[in-house]
Design a protein around this ligand. Structure first.
Ligand SMILES: Cc1cc2nc3c(=O)[nH]c(=O)nc-3n(C[C@H](O)[C@H](O)[C@H](O)COP(=O)(O)OP(=O)(O)OC[C@H]3O[C@@H](n4cnc5c(N)ncnc54)[C@H](O)[C@@H]3O)c2cc1C
Ligand code: SF4
Length: 335
């Protein structure tokens, strides 16, 4: 089915998986798992990003529900999808339904290759930009060295651990034997270098696939700004927002998600990646030189220092203000 004719009619859908564990282990509200279940339960196959044996991130194919856990959750590393094309081709020849998930540029490549084939469902993530794999492997090697661990000792990695809530997520590396490295995203150098655009691929700064130029059937992201736009459903467990980009995507979303009355523009105020590309920091060349010379942790700590300092100043001001308000309140109460 071809793209929806009038993009002015686009509506935002919201989705929260009813199974609490699925929601807890999904980056947002667990829409991806619900879509994958629909396709797999009808004998189809699903492609998406998964960790490999060496904890690099790769695209892989699954054909049963038990394996969805490997694709669940955002991994902030760009993957190469070229190896998947011949498998997708074979799946379509066998008459199987294929759900292919990935970044909007990957989805555009799949669409270019297979067109609006009736057995293909393309699902993209809203994409801030994706870090090059070299940064991830360097970061992980240094982290393991600092922790005195080896790759073989890793049991799991989660970029979006929700133990302290969806909005207050942490990066968590669990080791065999039960110990773990867990760090709030605001303090984590890998996440901060990613969100401040130091580690993205060059092409991300002029991404041609931002809304409304998506080639997917469904675009899905985090419902950032939920506390302002829909406080009644905000329980900090994670909510996915989705946009139907084709009639096929619309019919699936109509069957499982809630249609809401927000426009793309309203939601994009809090989630600019839906419509806007990131820009390269002016000191990115120096950042890269420092990474090569001194390593990832050193470079990220050095170049993100102004970000951390300004955040600490804001927090200290906020704490002082809170304490002042509390003192005034106590004074009035005790008069
Ligand atoms: C690099 C990247 C940047 C993102 N930036 C934003 C953003 O700025 N704003 C926003 O709202 N959402 C962003 N997201 C998407 C968001 O984090 C959630 O993945 C999305 O909301 C779906 O959540 P879910 O709970 O429904 O399903 P989840 O189970 O959390 O989603 C898993 C899906 O993400 C795909 N995926 C995971 N890692 C990758 C990867 N490395 N490459 C390609 N596909 C991958 C899987 O194949 C699967 O389809 C980004 C995701 C990635 C991977
Ligand atoms: S921002 Fe655009 S070019 Fe960069 S990874 Fe995302 S979809 Fe691809």
């Amino acid at each position: 089915m071809l793209p929806l004719e009038s993009r002015r009619d686009m509506k935002i859908y919201t989705f929260e998986n009813r199974t609490i564990d699925i929601r807890a282990y999904s980056s947002a509200g667990g829409l991806f798992t619900a879509l994958a279940e629909i396709v797999l339960n009808k004998g189809g196959v699903v492609y998406g990003a998964s960790f490999d044996e060496d904890w690099s991130v790769v695209h892989r194919r699954i054909d049963n529900v038990a394996d969805i856990c490997h694709l669940r959750g955002s991994k902030y590393v760009f993957t190469d999808i070229n190896g998947c094309f011949s498998q997708v081709c074979a799946d379509l020849k066998d008459g199987r339904t294929v759900l292919f998930s990935g970044t909007p540029c990957q989805i555009a490549a799949v669409r270019k290759k297979f067109g609006y084939h009736e057995n293909i469902l393309l699902v993209e993530v809203v994409c801030h930009g994706a870090p090059k794999k070299e940064y991830w492997s360097l970061y992980l090697d240094e982290l393991l060295k600092n922790q005195g661990k080896t790759q073989d000792e890793i049991a799991s990695i989660n970029f979006r651990d929700k133990t302290k809530g969806w909005k207050n997520y942490s990066v968590c590396v669990e080791f065999k034997g039960g110990s773990r490295f867990i760090q709030n995203h605001r303090d984590n150098l890998y996440i901060q270098a990613f969100v401040h655009d130091y580690t993205l691929r060059e092409g991300c700064t002029k991404c041609p696939f931002k809304n409304p130029n998506s080639k997917a059937d469904i675009s899905m992201g985090d419902f950032w700004g939920i506390e302002a736009l829909a406080p009644n459903i905000d329980n900090n467990l994670g909510t996915t927002i989705a946009i139907a980009d084709t009639a096929k995507g619309e019919s699936i979303l109509d069957s499982i998600a809630c249609r809401t009355y927000f426009s793309v523009e309203q939601v994009a105020q809090y989630n600019p990646a839906i419509v806007k590309s990131p820009s390269v920091p002016l000191d990115k060349p120096e950042f890269d030189t420092t990474v090569k010379a001194e390593g990832f942790h050193y470079a990220a700590a050095k170049f993100l220092k102004p970000v951390f300092d300004s955040r600490d100043r804001k927090m200290s001001f906020r704490n002082q203000l809170r304490s002042f308000i509390y003192r005034v309140y106590s004074f009035i109460k005790n008069r």
